[in-house]
Design a protein around this ligand. Structure first.
Ligand SMILES: Cc1ncc(COP(=O)(O)O)c(C=O)c1O
Length: 490
């Protein structure tokens, strides 16, 4: 097989060309039974490709035909021993990684700013998290990754951990020295699991940070759909055998995956892999150049700052992905969310993410100078519009809360007897649910942590800014679910 081939996509096309008479699900039968308005918009081809795991189309749960071939080509392209396709996003792949190495009571070393899927897997598996504080950038108001020094300390104190999870790159494109971290963990025979949700492309260009597989990690959960050209929800789980078993990974991924796997998603993984392997380098080169040019132009605008390579050089900022445009807007006296809404309302621009201090825009092979010129024009307009309220002599401070103390394992907290208390009266109690801002989906509270006034204030600040705080059963956040306290009988 060669990287020019697409066994899964081609196999599907051959099957569709035969015009099979289908007495199987999906019941819309190539779109004939679906709503006409949907059919008209989405088109016949997509509906004809919406198949199910009948004999000729293989089965993601036990691949032996076209899916197996497509996964083998992906493994070759990503430098893995095995690649598994996920139709449950990178969240599904992350949960698989954690559950493949941890059982009840096992320790796993994780940065505290992990995506919620890591914490979900910790609750499901009954693993005990050993948290590492991520490095905080007080100027930008964002968290970076973890440092080699903090990993070293965590390993020395927890040589019995069953795994180390690293986010590489972070949502904002910042990387630690992954190779050094992997070597350290391996000196303890501890497998390294990489959340590579924001790094599918880095494997395919030498100017970008090392990918998980290049750094020698044992597993990586990689969102092909985010930056690699496949359809939303499609990701891969790459495995290097040695410290982890590919059979166990397959078994757990299968436990967590729907039996009705979407062939649209699977085929898009096959074709995206081909594109990355064959043309990825050139396409990514173009995206890097476009992003660098855009960064330069944004930095010429008063009161805005677009992060570049000057961020490198600290222990947590070993490398970065220049295709991510982190734009700090705090000097304009606006929140990132204010800017997100302003860009939407005035220029129909949708950013990837906003927070209290920044917006994040991603540049990919899908962009051209046309789009970036509109972004630059819009940001100039924004700066003109709000310059009256900008005061360069005052350096606005950023508020990032401390990480709360974990009083109970997340699983024990999640399954404890609980009660609901008013948000304002919850400080000092142990929370039984997640609270996070999505995106990026990093928890402010996880089950088992002690609620502090400071973190409640941070949640309020996010809510007041209009940012999407999610997680609690009460979506209005007037109440929080906490562990029930049993008072002594008088
Ligand atoms: C750091 C990080 N990890 C994991 C995920 C989950 O990826 P997915 O949306 O593909 O499930 C995300 C999604 O935003 C993320 O930002």
């Amino acid at each position: 097989m060669s990287q020019h081939q697409t066994p899964l996509f081609t196999g599907l096309l051959k099957h569709i060309e035969k015009k099979p008479i289908q007495f199987h699900i999906p019941g819309h039968k190539k779109g004939a039974g679906t709503s006409p308005e949907f059919r008209e918009f989405i088109g016949h081809n997509a509906l004809a490709m919406d198949q199910i795991n009948i004999g000729p189309l293989d089965d993601l749960h036990s691949p032996h035909g076209i899916i197996k071939e497509a996964q083998e080509l992906a493994a070759e392209a990503f430098g893995a021993d095995y690649t598994f396709f996920s139709v449950q996003g990178t969240s599904g792949a992350i949960m698989t990684m954690v559950m493949a190495v941890c059982g009840p009571g096992d320790k796993i070393i994780v940065p505290r700013n992990v995506h919620k899927s890591v914490m979900s897997a910790i609750v499901f598996s009954g693993a005990v998290p050993v948290f590492i504080h991520p490095e905080v950038d007080k100027n930008l108001g964002i968290s970076h990754g973890i440092t080699t020094d903090s990993v070293k300390k965590a390993l020395e104190q927890n040589p019995d951990a069953k795994g180390l999870l690293v986010i590489n790159p972070t949502y904002f494109g910042i990387c630690a020295d992954l190779k050094q971290i992997v070597d350290l963990a391996h000196s303890y025979n501890i497998p390294v699991l990489v959340d590579e949700a924001h790094g599918v492309h880095i494997h395919f260009h030498e100017d970008l940070p090392l990918s998980a597989m290049q750094a020698g990690a044992d597993m990586s959960a990689t969102s092909v759909h985010k930056l690699g050209g496949s359809m939303t929800q499609s990701s891969v789980l790459n495995v290097k055998e040695g410290l982890v078993s590919a059979h166990r990974v397959q078994a757990i991924l299968s436990m967590l995956t729907t039996t009705s796997t979407s062939y649209l998603l699977l085929a898009s993984l096959d074709t995206a892999r081909k594109q990355l392997a064959i043309e990825g380098h050139d396409l990514i080169e173009k995206a890097i150049k476009l992003a660098n040019q855009t960064r330069k132009e944004i930095n010429e605008i008063d009161h805005l700052y677009c992060v570049g390579e000057e961020i490198l050089g600290t222990k947590a900022t070993f490398d970065y992905d220049p295709t991510k445009l982190i734009i700090s807007v705090k000097e304009l006296g606006l929140t990132g969310y204010d800017v997100e809404v302003w860009l939407r309302e005035n220029y129909q621009i949708e950013v990837e993410l906003s927070d209290l201090y920044n917006i994040l825009c991603i540049i990919t092979p899908g962009d051209t100078e046309y789009e970036t010129s509109i972004l630059v024009k819009a940001l100039k307009d924004l700066s003109d519009h709000f310059k009256h309220q900008a005061d360069q002599s005052v350096k606005p401070s950023v508020l990032l809360p401390n990480i709360p103390v974990l009083a109970l394992s997340p699983r024990d907290a999640f399954y404890s007897e609980t009660e609901v208390v008013p948000f304002e009266e919850s400080a000092g109690r142990i929370i039984a649910e997640f609270v996070m801002v999505y995106p990026p989906g990093i928890p402010i509270f996880i089950p088992g942590e002690i609620i502090t006034e400071e973190n409640l204030a941070y949640i309020k600040k996010n809510l007041e800014a209009g940012l999407p705080v999610q997680g609690p059963e009460d979506s209005t956040l007037q109440y929080l679910r906490v562990i029930k306290e049993h008072k002594a009988i008088k």
